[in-house]
Design a protein around this ligand. Structure first.
Ligand code: PEP
Length: 255
């Protein structure tokens, strides 16, 4: 099955409203009309509407960086899926390694947030990834398979075709160290096989698995040439309009 590439920029905690307007506006002009791949930006919550205005009328999609599992309640500092839909989001990133590392997010928490997103029209991007210690201990695939299994456990199979996964080795995020295309491909294939066991081969064939971890203009082509890499989740380089546009316009060489 031909999977449409999804190129996503995670702005993290960067961007005042004015900066967001400027960056999203620059992207709207350079890559706003791209049709053979999907482009997504995920600004901070406070800049969502500024970015939304700047990309209005283009094909660029809007996403958020986190979501709570409940639709309302006494959860100070959290935001619900419906609130994100109302803000113009079509996607949401869930379980980013920074959330896991700094805010104690667990696979069970990821599962709850995923359920919250799936109760609305949001398309969740569920992140998984091993730490350097886990890779060095030889437990990469075990860790990833657990994160995938526990992350999507008990989700209504009707929702399976809707979500996107992102493999982001923790040791490659923001470090300038990228997984080699072969290292990434090995994990992407394992994730797809796990999805086939959990949700069936048709879902596995259709699910998009993004790679994240120091994606840059000079490594995107080789990563995207791998058969099971269906897009990128880009942190640092997504804050540079020229670099992100180049990443989005990677050279397609996959058969
Ligand atoms: C990320 O935040 O998801 C990420 C991959 O960051 P960077 O591209 O900066 O490594």
């Amino acid at each position: 099955m031909a999977r449409v590439p999804l190129m996503a920029g995670n702005w993290k905690m960067h961007g005042t409203r004015a900066e967001a307007r400027q960056l999203a506006g620059a992207l709207a002009r350079s890559i706003g009309a791209v049709t053979d791949r999907e482009v997504l930006i995920a600004p901070p919550f406070t800049a969502l509407d500024a970015a939304r205005e700047a990309i209005a009328g283009t094909r660029i999609l809007l996403g958020a960086q986190n979501v709570h599992g409940e639709d309302r309640g006494a959860y100070s500092g959290e935001i619900s899926a419906q609130m994100l839909v109302e803000a113009g989001c079509t996607h949401v990133i869930i379980g980013h390694s920074e959330r896991r590392q700094y805010y104690g997010e667990t696979d069970a928490g990821v599962n709850a947030r995923l359920r919250g997103a799936l109760a609305t029209t949001l398309i969740p991007i569920v992140c998984v990834g091993e730490t350097l210690a886990e890779r060095e201990a030889g437990s990469t695939l075990q860790v990833i398979e657990r994160q995938v299994h526990d992350g999507i456990a008990g989700i209504d199979p009707a929702h399976h075709p809707r979500f996107v996964l992102a493999y982001e080795p923790v040791w490659a995020i923001g470090t300038g160290r990228t997984a080699t295309p072969e290292q990434a491909q090995e994990v992407h294939l394992a994730v797809r096989k796990r999805i086939a066991e959990l949700a069936g081969p048709a879902v596995a064939d259709g699910v998009r698995i993004l790679y994240g971890g120091s994606v840059k203009p000079d490594n995107i082509d080789a990563l995207m040439a791998q058969p099971d890499i269906d897009g990128a989740l880009v942190g640092g380089a997504s804050l540079d309009a020229v670099a992100f546009a180049r990443i989005v316009q990677f050279q397609e060489s996959r058969q």
